[in-house]
Ligand binder design. Structure first.
Ligand code: GUN
Length: 293
């Protein structure tokens, strides 16, 4: 078993990006600028956004955090989005999900200028991704492909089973891996809560991508010997042995599954840091007008 060290890979990529940002600054006299809107005080969202801001500092980006109360109206949020859409100094921005119940996430996603949508959630970017056109790739799937690439894990001709069909991970990664590209050419099965005989299906998988949000869902008896297991889950569970009284675990029963794998990602320190990397790469591309000249 080989551990896929997402934290170390993200660190390497950030150091390389820092160098690129320094050259960009010399050439243009400015630095790439990422903004984030955080609504409410969900502890997980606060931690994710905090990581994103810290990573911006690491690579030399400017970052702006806009924190809004959980009782904000949809209209007020749209006003903030319009300001960021129109601000020429902002290369890209994100609205951290989930949002409070009074706010429609679809409307919010549609309101973001797709040319600044560095999360890759806007249907224009999603559609362009599906057709293999230049676009901002969704940050987590982008991070996963960078990780597979870094560990020379071949995807061509492999059977990938993705578990979970969310708009931000399961569905886009299933499309990306089946495209005719370097990190694609796989045969992909997208499994979900209505899939029949999931265990039988998973036992045929060369690569499993777990993105369902259920702690420890993927068990040892669901994994073929030598499979690659990518765990996208970030679940907080109670743990009396931990000082905080809780700990983060993935969607994979790591301790039991790891012995069967050729490669496996840990949680934390696997896919998570690479999601942030995807976001930084998109922001850098936006600053360089690489996707939308
Ligand atoms: N919530 C969980 N993951 C993400 C992400 O990648 N981007 C945003 N904006 N919200 C999220």
């Amino acid at each position: 078993m080989k551990l896929i060290d997402g934290k170390a890979v993200a660190e390497e990529l950030k150091n390389a990006l820092k160098q690129d940002v320094s050259e960009y600054k010399q050439k243009t006299g400015r630095v790439p600028h990422l903004a984030a809107i955080l609504v409410g005080d969900n502890p997980a969202s606060m931690a994710y956004v905090g990581n994103k801001v810290k990573s911006c500092e690491h690579v030399g980006f400017k970052s702006t955090l806009i924190s809004l109360g959980s009782d904000i109206t949809e209209e007020q949020l749209h006003e903030e989005i319009t300001k960021l859409n129109q601000n020429p100094d902002v290369d890209g921005f994100i609205v951290q999900l989930p949002l409070p119940p009074q706010i429609n996430e679809v409307t919010v996603t549609l309101a973001i200028d797709y040319r600044k949508d560095v999360d890759g959630f806007h249907p224009v970017n999603f559609g362009r991704m599906a057709q293999g056109l230049p676009c901002f790739l969704p940050a987590t799937p982008y991070g996963i492909t960078m990780l597979l690439d870094r560990y020379n894990i071949e995807t061509a001709g492999k059977h990938v089973v993705v578990v979970g069909r969310s708009n931000i991970v399961g569905t886009p990664i299933s499309i990306l891996l089946s495209r005719k590209t370097k990190m694609g050419d796989a045969t992909v099965t997208l499994a979900h809560s209505r899939t029949k005989e999931l265990q039988k299906l998973l036992l045929q998988a060369d690569i499993i991508i777990a993105a369902i949000g259920i702690p420890g869902f993927i068990q040892e008896d669901m994994v073929k010997q030598g499979a690659v297991v990518i765990d996208v889950g970030i679940n907080r569970v109670e743990d009396d042995h931990h000082e905080k009284g809780s700990k983060l675990v993935g969607d994979v029963d790591f301790e039991h599954v790891k012995e069967k794998c050729s490669f496996i990602t840990p949680v934390p320190g696997g896919v998570g840091p690479m999601t942030v990397m995807g976001l930084l790469m998109n922001t850098y591309k936006s600053a360089n007008k690489e996707i939308y000249p």
